[in-house]
Design a protein around this ligand. Structure first.
Ligand code: HEM
Length: 494
């Protein structure tokens, strides 16, 4: 039993630490304009608004200060919001002005949630071995897609319709399909493995959020609790035996049977069971939710198209498969309409209102007497870039074939990435930009084209009766995603 005086001291210490944390979070006194009133109450109000309505907060900032950088105070600290004129600075930075690695680590509080020691090695594996092995991943990805869809797309007994809340269903489906190439056939079909992994992925951001508002002195205690309650303990336990076997196998084999083998065989990798297992967790975290949000919204949007346009997408897929001898890299690179739909969904919806988190490595002089101090966290506001009237015609319209038509008009060959989903040229920021743009985007692009292509060839999509169009977007903190309760109806084609 804890005695009353000890409890009182503990509560007083917690409140004092919390007050100090809030004071730190509210104490910006630089020259840049700031959303919300000064002081702790002003901070609390602004931080609650950021959590519930980041879109509105950013709109206010843009309207009041005409695109100049401004400050927002969130529960995770102060963010300096930069407009589109800073995209080029971030894109061309060679880690001299901005630090991406630690920005990412801080957002996720990786020290407490998932302490991967050297993320650069993991990123290099994605950029090199994984991209090189893509052709050999396509068959397994397709097979797992077919099997998971057969398992997940079941008619409801009451109605006989395959009426699916796709955000949830596709989350699980993506986890299984990506794990087919991350950890192989056996584990990717293990319900226990998928369950603990999905729980970990869901919790990682949540845990990081709670930890960020917790005073640093108390974080180790909280992270210890999280470790046992939906944190990395369970998925690590499931992974260790597999990773151990792969390490032994990799000493004799000379091919990468899965991404785990690629991680082990990378010369720069630390090859301990623990470290490789943590990298697998990070891969799952980085790939699953991102891909499933993009996939759900793209299917919702495709379902709004007229029948003739959906048939044109199907015809393109069938022609590419026929002329390229089935599901190959070349065939997938000819799915121009699906690629365009994904790119447009990334532009109009995306995953977050702000992105490209960086920490400044030096004072950034803004040329008007103000400066963003060294050590500050900066983010790019996506709206002015994605809805730039000078770059995009009729930017408010979601036109799934926008990029397809642009590429046709400009006669871009299949090898030219301009206006494609994987382009991170600074006009579309869904994957970030510059040298730190998402290293898994090529994999994501093939994966999503396989799943969408397979679904379109085998199912007709429609909305439940009475539902008019694509579901509303939910925003929480900086993230955006389609309403998870929304459903689509899939009708088997014969
Ligand atoms: C459509 C799906 C995806 C989207 C929208 C997405 C988006 C992003 C973004 C915005 C970043 C941060 C870039 C920056 O700091 O500027 C990122 C980082 C990352 N992504 Fe993706 N991603 C997707 C899928 C994937 C997949 C499938 C993988 C792995 C196979 C992956 C692996 C990673 C990794 C490892 C990082 C960290 C990179 C680093 O530390 O520099 N992502 N992703």
């Amino acid at each position: 039993m804890i005695s009353l005086p000890a409890l009182t001291i503990a509560i007083a210490a917690f409140l004092a630490a919390l007050y100090y944390r809030l004071y730190q979070a509210t104490s910006y006194s630089g020259g840049l304009p700031c959303i919300g009133e000064p002081g702790i109450l002003g901070f609390l109000n602004a931080a609650v608004r950021c959590r519930a309505d980041m879109k509105g907060v950013l709109e206010e900032g843009r309207m009041r200060w005409g695109g100049r950088p401004f400050v927002v105070r969130t529960f995770s600290g102060i963010l300096f919001v930069l407009g589109s004129e800073f995209v080029e600075t971030i894109k061309s930075d060679s880690d001299k002005t901005f630090d991406q690695t630690n920005a990412f680590t801080q957002v996720l509080l990786q020290k407490y949630t998932l302490d991967v020691t050297d993320r650069t090695a993991l990123v290099n594996v994605l950029r090199t071995s994984v991209n090189r092995s893509m052709e050999s991943y396509i068959g397994p990805l397709l097979e797992e897609t077919q099997l998971s869809i057969n398992d997940a797309f079941k008619p409801k007994p009451e109605t006989g319709l395959i009426d699916i809340p796709i955000v949830h269903v596709l989350d699980a489906l993506i986890a299984r399909v990506t794990n087919r190439v991350i950890v192989g056939e056996q584990l990717c079909r293990s319900p226990e493995y998928l369950q603990v992994m999905s729980r970990f992925i869901r919790n990682m951001r949540k845990h990081a959020g709670y930890l960020r508002i917790t005073p640093p002195a108390l974080r180790p205690i909280l992270s210890y609790i999280f470790f046992f309650t939906g944190g990395r303990r369970e998925p690590l336990k499931g992974l260790r035996p597999y990773v151990k076997a792969c390490i032994e196998e990799s000493e004799i084999a000379n091919e990468d049977k899965s991404m785990v083998h690629a991680l082990i065989r990378n010369p720069a990798s630390v090859k301990t069971v623990e470290e490789i297992s943590k990298r697998v967790l990070f891969l799952n975290f980085a790939s699953t939710h991102t891909s499933s949000v993009m996939l759900s919204r793209t299917l919702f949007e495709i379902a709004t198209l007229p029948r003739t346009e959906i048939d044109e997408i199907r015809a393109e897929v069938m022609q590419a498969l026929k002329e390229e001898g089935g599901w190959t890299k070349k065939a997938l690179s000819r799915f121009g309409r699906i690629d365009s739909a994904l790119t447009e969904v990334g532009r109009v919806f995306g995953l977050a209102h702000v992105g490209s988190h960086r920490i400044t490595l030096q004072d950034l002089n803004l040329g008007d007497g103000t400066c963003i101090p060294r050590g500050a966290t900066v983010v790019i506001d996506h709206q002015p870039v994605h809805f730039d009237e000078e770059y995009y015609e009729d930017p408010d319209k979601c036109d799934l074939l926008r990029f397809y038509k642009l590429r046709q008009k400009e006669a871009r060959p299949a090898t030219d990435p301009k206006h494609t989903f994987v382009s991170a040229d600074g006009h579309a920021l869904v994957f970030g930009t510059g040298r730190h743009a998402c290293p898994g985007r090529f994999f994501a692009s093939y994966l999503l084209k396989i799943i969408i292509g397979h679904i379109l060839l085998n199912y007709d999509l429609s909305y439940p009766s009475g539902v008019k169009g694509s579901p509303k977007t939910i925003q929480f903190n900086r993230a955006i995603f389609p309403d998870p309760r929304a459903t689509l109806i899939f009708t088997k084609r014969h």
